[in-house]
Ligand binder design. Structure first.
Ligand code: 3PG
Length: 392
């Protein structure tokens, strides 16, 4: 695999696949620009080298339709503010108009293509679509770690038509996460949270052999609590995954791994920030209530274990973090991860937001721009976007 500094970009038309899939509110304003900020080193480097920069990304899941709410236009505005130079917005990502705009670029100018997923060919990894994207430029950079687990046209297929190298962000993600997987320091803890077990089953079972401690929190912990035979009232639970949770608990035992679940929880009378709430041990969840966060004993127990780790990876919130009343568990874990001396890697929107909210992001070794991508990479899976670079 080549990196950006291994290739000559000067005065060339450079296609940059970025992950500008950022959250927007109803008014179309970007609510978190972390992913845009993270790509700036690559863009600045290209500008310093007088490249003609063609930026490409997806936003959301518009399913092959040109849905205006998923336009990348807000990203052009934000980029322009951050870079202090104009960013031209293309009406599409392929076609004669776009080709003409790309051809007209002068050194140091920037063109942002419209959402790649407005064409269904992007997700289908369609060779003709890849070829057209490639035709816009003379050389390519992949800086889109967040989407490198997708074998899509702009990420994977394009490398058949355009020589591509890794940007600074992709390189950094590979260094930290790849390094953690290939030579993990021990003791090694994984903290896995979020709403659903079904999203993370594979991650849990693939990570088990590598780690020493697995901490499970968030909505998905309910299914494990149910698997241990406790009643969980009206809590979110995946009934069809209870057997699987049991077998994961068994797997951990057989492998001699410490699997930690909450021992106490915050329960609420309704799924609302203003609901009545109480802290109870997991064997005392009232029938009509629901679990929305981990309790204070669990927070302390998790923090104590994390304190002695050498490597910690964290993905997924410990409770309903978006509601202030149920954010304490996730915040406590954010603090524990930041306070530990371990190499720490945090990925996934909510966990990263929690770290940012506590103002402790400087104390995290690596905040990944990847959600699904960081988990798959941690599991040791080969990511199509990275593999496509390695082949060339
Ligand atoms: C992400 O937000 O994780 C990436 O941008 C990938 O998006 P996707 O899950 O819609 O492919």
């Amino acid at each position: 695999k080549k990196n950006i500094t291994d290739i000559i970009v000067d005065n060339k038309r450079v296609f940059v696949r970025a992950d500008f899939n950022v959250p927007l509110n109803d008014a179309g304003t970007i609510t978190d620009d972390t992913r845009i900020q993270a790509t700036l080193p690559t863009i600045r480097y290209l500008l310093e080298h007088h490249a003609k920069v063609i930026l490409a990304s997806h936003l959301g899941r518009p399913k092959g339709q040109a849905v205006p709410a998923y336009s990348l236009r807000p990203v052009a505005g934000r980029l322009s503010e951050l870079l202090g130079v104009p960013v031209q917005m293309a009406p599409d990502c392929i076609g004669a108009n776009v080709q003409a705009m790309a051809d007209a670029l002068q050194p140091g100018q920037i063109l942002l293509l419209e959402n790649l997923r407005f064409h269904k060919e992007e997700e289908k990894n369609d060779p003709e679509f890849s070829r057209q994207l490639a035709g816009l430029a003379e050389i390519g950079i992949n800086d889109a770690f967040g989407v490198s687990h997708r074998a899509h046209a702009s990420v994977a297929g394009i490398t058949a038509y355009l020589p591509m190298a890794a940007g600074f962000l992709l390189e950094k993600e590979i260094r930290f996460i790849g390094g953690a997987v290939s030579h993990p320091a021990h003791p090694f803890a994984a903290i896995i949270g979020g709403a659903k077990v079904s999203d993370k089953i594979e991650v849990i079972s693939n990570l088990l052999p590598k780690i020493d401690v697995m901490i499970i929190g968030g909505g998905m912990a309910n299914t494990f609590i149910a698997a241990m035979g406790y009643s969980i009232g009206k809590s979110l639970v995946e009934t069809d995954k209870i057997e699987l949770a049991k077998s994961l608990i068994e797997q951990a035992k057989t492998q001699g791994k410490q699997l930690m679940l909450p021992t106490d929880v915050v329960v609420a009378s309704a799924f609302s920030n203003d609901a009545d709430k109480e802290e109870v041990p997991i064997d005392a969840v009232p029938a009509d209530w629901m679990i929305l966060d981990i309790g204070s004993q669990s927070r302390q127990a998790f923090a104590k274990v994390l304190d002695s780790m050498k490597l910690i990876v964290w993905n997924g919130p410990m409770g309903v973090f978006e509601m202030e009343a149920f954010a304490r568990g996730t915040e406590a874990v954010a603090k524990a991860v930041a306070d530990s001396q371990a190499v720490s890697i945090v990925g996934g929107g909510d966990s990263v937001a929690a770290v940012n909210k506590t103002g402790l992001s400087d104390k995290i070794s690596h905040i990944s721009t990847g959600g699904g991508a960081s988990l798959e990479y941690l599991e040791g899976k080969k990511l199509p976007g990275i593999e496509a670079l390695s082949d060339k």
